[in-house]
Design a protein around this ligand. Sequence first.
Ligand code: ADP
Ligand code: MG
Length: 258
Amino acid sequence: MEKHNRKQSAETKKEHAADGHKGHDRICDGGPIIQLIDVWKVYKMGEVEVPALRGLSLEVYPCEFVSIMGPSGSGKSTSMNMVGCLDIPTRGRIYLDGKDIAELDESHLAQIRGRKIGFVFQQFNLISNLTAMENVMMPMMFQDTPTYEREERAMRLLSTVGLEGRTHHRPTELSGGEQQRVAIARALANDPPVILADEPTGNLDSRRGQEIMELLRTLHEREMKTIIMVTHDEKLSKYADRIIYIKDGKVLEGGNGK
Ligand code: ADP
Ligand code: MG
């Protein structure tokens, strides 16, 4: 039943795309774009083992907007690192677009990750001595985009996030909300189907936070981005279509929102 609903909404999104968003012919059906199966992550702190994830299983389908919720220390950021293929699990399997990432070497994985996933962090993580535009152009350097195209695209993305007047500002010359917009534009640089955001409004006041959430929601609706957002804030999860609740490093029973 749920599956049926999801497919229906995928169909609607496809029509929406055909309507007025040429160039965004995302495929919103098919298997999960990201799947974690019984993932464990145990950090070793000298003699002590800290199990951050204890058998986390979840799947996210193309064009979904999912929120991962849980208290501080429950393993949200660790799970984000796994979902984003930024770190390898102690055990368990991770599939990105149907490919077992354990079978890819580091450079191949980096290449796929760069194309498929854009990252947004709580701390913005912009490069401080680069301008907004240069920050946005950064991820394109690793994907063989010609220079003129990089500039043009960076300009367009900054205008998408409402920062056309700030292209030559450096991070210190921007407010927190503006910095996060630059970070979102950067995440969009290679037009990835998936955006991962770890507490993206955690360093913003509630008004700026809301604006960032609305921007993510718009990207989801207009460009059919798959969005996976981590938060501990119940108010923010209303922007998502589905909430996955995690606690003590795994999904709460019945907490995958399906
Ligand atoms: P959340 O994002 O939900 O607050 P985290 O995923 O950051 O939780 O952390 C989950 C648990 O793993 C916590 O107990 C944390 O202290 C521990 N942890 C996270 N990262 C590391 C690390 N690099 N080394 C050791 N322990 C870690
Ligand atoms: Mg965290």
